[in-house]
Design a protein around this ligand. Structure first.
Ligand SMILES: [Zn+2]
Length: 251
């Protein structure tokens, strides 16, 4: 009994900073806490020798067509060295820590070396990761009918199973390499804190608990407690045949 209590205490201490970060971030319109205050300034980028529109677009996680449209470029060949480009949909100067923090999807940026499995086998990505209406959306939303199984994106240990403000019924799984995945808005959680789970194991059912407009899974990938773009960590269709992207949702 003593040993079990100690184990749970250690898990709770480890998860506290993460739960705190989640509780203040939420899924809806709350401003991101790590975001600088003051008027937003659109990010810009000065074109260097050897750049092309596709590489620059990938670097910022935006589409090449959106980048061209935002800068009045009729053709990729119109790009000039020394030209300053406005990055559409971004409100922060580029820094490596914010790479890919655009709300755009599908994701065309750099793929992460670590790959997870989709937490839903049949669903529609309805909202991307990144700045949305001036607030940071720290995960992706995957719409699917209420009751659809939610699966562990990789093997690990459940470090939180309960309710979080904004997130509703939430499961957090800790994985090797300081990674954690977060599953929010569940109808019901099916695992308890401290449980070991296998990749693909059903851990919850999709619902609409917390601050959300319909049945969907809010899914986050965190590394060292920092939210990353989950789409960089998940296989793209056709490797994920049941996954589709909502029309126009990424703009
Ligand atoms: Zn969400």
């Amino acid at each position: 009994m003593v040993k079990a209590a100690r184990t749970i205490a250690r898990i709770s201490a480890a998860v506290l900073p993460l739960v705190f970060a989640l509780a203040i971030a939420g899924c809806g319109s709350a401003p991101a806490p790590s975001y600088p205050s003051g008027p937003p300034a659109q990010a810009s980028y000065v074109v260097k020798s050897g750049d092309n529109i596709y590489r620059i677009a990938a670097k910022f996680g935006v589409s090449a067509s959106a980048l061209m449209a935002a800068n009045g470029l009729g053709s990729p060949r119109d790009l000039r060295v020394g030209q300053t480009l406005v990055i559409p949909g971004s409100y922060r100067a580029y820094s490596p820590a914010y790479a890919g923090r655009s709300h755009a999807f599908p994701y065309h940026g750099e793929r992460a070396a670590r790959q997870f499995a989709w937490p839903v086998s049949d669903g529609t990505v309805s909202s991307g990761f990144g700045i949305r209406n001036g607030a940071m959306h720290e995960g992706i939303d995957i719409a699917a009918p209420a009751g659809t199984p939610v699966r562990a994106a990789d093997s690990g240990v459940v470090i939180f199973s309960g309710q979080l403000h904004g997130y509703g019924n939430t499961v957090i799984i800790s994985h090797s390499g300081e990674y954690a995945t977060v599953y929010g808005h569940n109808q019901v959680n099916l695992v308890h804190e401290g449980a070991r789970v296998a990749r693909g194991q059903v851990i919850a059912r999709i619902g609409s608990s917390g601050r959300t407009t319909g049945a969907n899974l809010h899914f986050e990938v965190r590394h060292d407690n920092v939210a990353r773009n989950p789409l960089a960590y998940l296989p793209e269709p056709p490797a994920a045949p049941g996954i589709t992207y909502a029309e126009g949702g990424g703009s």
